[in-house]
Design a protein around this ligand. Sequence first.
Ligand code: KMH
Ligand code: ZN
Length: 280
Amino acid sequence: MTTGTLITVAPTGAESAKAEVPALPVTLDELLLTAKECEALGAAVIHVHIRDDEAKPTLDQGRLRETVAALREGTDLIVQLSSGGAVTDPEADRLAVLDAGPDMASCTMGTLNFGDDVFLNRWEFIVDLHTRMQERGIVPEYEIFDLGHLTALQRLLGKYGLPAGGHVHVDFVMGVPGGMPGNTATLVAAHQALRDLPEGTTFSATGIGRSTIPVMLASLSAGGHLRVGMEDTVTYAKGRPVESNMQLVARAVGFAQLAQRPPLTTAEARGLLGVPAAGR
Ligand code: KMH
Ligand code: ZN
């Protein structure tokens, strides 16, 4: 069955430096303004990484709580905190992200080379994240950087049961140097591998850098959803830096409308993902 399109915005990430990408939202005010504008355009989920006063990535608990509260107060977006953080973040700090009480959190399904770094996600750590989210009613988005991560997810669900909300949603993060490439053939392979996951499992996809458009088109045509934002893409077209997250969300909304799968509202997105209604 074809549905509307879930649009997630990932506005900041942990990798780009503010000095090199001045349009990156790094303060709470910048993040909130971006969130409101992206919601008005059609985004329903915000995937959040925060920065400190020097615009460096941080998992500071006070700032995380303040961010969740401000996004809840100012928008109806589903607030998804990154438990991935930066490649340098310790596991304890990444687990403590859940203490900030988001609607959703990311859960990366395996270790991979991440450019010149290693993004470490040990099995025991994944199990901890999954089971703590179950206990607290936080809905996971399983981040899939490589096809084997889907096999790990099948094992996780088989051993520890369905996530909070009962619905399984994955995000294919494609084109990271060290992960799966961002192209149609790989998206089709990943989509086909979902047959081994619970019926009704949904997927979003995002392509890093120049794979953003091929991945977006492939995902829409395969019935998938979209994640866009400056975490993943800082060049809009050859020689044109991204001016804002709104520019990327507007392009995604345009593609979704062309595909006759218009953006889901935040309420529809909550229904799809099994996230309780706002103001619970
Ligand atoms: N920043 C990357 C190392 C996530 O948010 O869960 C990990 C990442 C995934 O962005
Ligand atoms: Zn992230």
